[in-house]
Design a protein around this ligand. Structure first.
Ligand SMILES: [Zn+2]
Length: 138
């Protein structure tokens, strides 16, 4: 196992994991996600307004992770399924996030495919089921 996320650390991040909330920079107006202390776009803004993200976006890039290369959060899933697709999704509001893709069509994944966030079980550790977002085609 690699990185361990303890229960208290997990609980502190629940609001980020359970709601897609971005931080709109009051300096440049771009949306940071996940939240940053200083805006990653203009490197000047440090005051933000919370914005609830739509959860809709497009596939910017993707890869298929095979069992051996799985990060610890996904190791259990890799054991069950062998391999699974992970994409960089560009959200409508601008930020990009990395997430698993689910419910894919037979034709597979396409760059530019419209997707929508769905709330799913990610993995279990210390008897606690950890949830987060995956994306499914729209
Ligand atoms: Zn900014």
């Amino acid at each position: 196992m690699g990185a361990h996320i303890s229960i208290p650390m997990y609980q502190r991040s629940v609001s980020q994991r359970y709601r897609l909330v971005g931080h709109k920079c009051k300096h440049c107006g771009r949306v940071n996600f996940p939240p940053k202390a200083v805006c990653k776009y203009c490197l000047k803004g440090s005051e933000f307004e919370e914005v609830v993200l739509s959860g809709r976006g497009t596939v910017y890039s993707y890869t298929v992770i095979a069992g051996g290369g799985a990060p610890p959060e996904f190791a259990e899933e890799a054991r069950c399924k062998g391999k699974y697709p992970v994409a960089i999704v560009e959200l409508e509001e601008g930020p990009r996030m990395i997430a698993q893709l689910v419910n894919l069509p037979e034709a597979g994944i396409e760059i530019g495919m419209k997707v929508e966030a769905v709330f799913r079980r990610i993995y279990q550790e210390e008897g606690v089921i950890r949830y987060g977002f995956k994306f499914k085609p729209l």
